[in-house]
Design a binder for this molecule. Structure first.
Ligand code: NI
Length: 185
């Protein structure tokens, strides 16, 4: 049973489930559909643009993404089941990333600019997603990383990672919640 407050449903660092390889989904049944609904609810509640199953404690290969939703636009949710990156560019793109599992932390990260992803949708249809140098290209890679126990912190050089670890630890101690991008005052 999921807790009443969706923010309490989101797993935060250093929970070991964020470091665990997730299992592919064999059958898209009511349980998987309910999981997708729960993840979308949590993501919108925390005002995030993506959420991966281990972030709600489920070690299965499913992510939800909505890079369009905002004050002036309707929800445009994607559900990606067993997603995999099939193509990336040499060219890189830099972005200040946040993560609902790392409240109060922003990481400046460089990733391939162009990415092609294949995944099943909730109807079991194989879909192809392509994005370049935008929030979607970052989000696809960030969320798929989560399914393999990789977080945005792993993309930082060692020295910056230590600093980021201190920042998130302090932010959590100060009461930061999923979706906060800065340490609470
Ligand atoms: Ni994340």
């Amino acid at each position: 049973m999921a807790p009443i407050n969706p923010l309490d449903d989101i797993v935060v660092t250093p929970d070991p489930r964020l470091r665990t390889e997730c299992a592919p989904i064999e059958v898209i049944d009511d349980e998987v559909r309910a999981l997708a609904e729960r993840m979308l609810r949590d993501m919108y509640a925390a005002e995030g643009c993506g959420l991966a199953a281990p972030q709600v404690g489920e070690l299965r290969q499913i992510v939800v993404i909505d890079c369009d939703y905002g004050p002036d636009s309707d929800p445009n949710p994607y559900v990606l089941i067993n997603p995999r990156v099939v193509e990336t560019s040499e060219e890189l793109y830099e972005f200040d990333e946040g993560c609902l599992s790392f409240p109060g932390l922003t990481c400046h990260i460089s990733r391939p600019a162009h990415v092609v992803v294949e995944a099943l949708n909730l109807d079991g249809v194989l879909m192809r997603y392509e994005a370049r140098s935008n929030l979607m290209s970052v989000c696809l890679q960030h969320e798929i990383d989560h399914l393999h126990g990789i977080t945005m912190m792993d993309h930082l050089p060692a020295a910056e990672r230590m600093q980021a670890l201190r920042e998130v630890t302090e932010a959590l101690a100060a009461g930061a919640r999923p979706g906060d991008t800065h340490r609470p005052e």
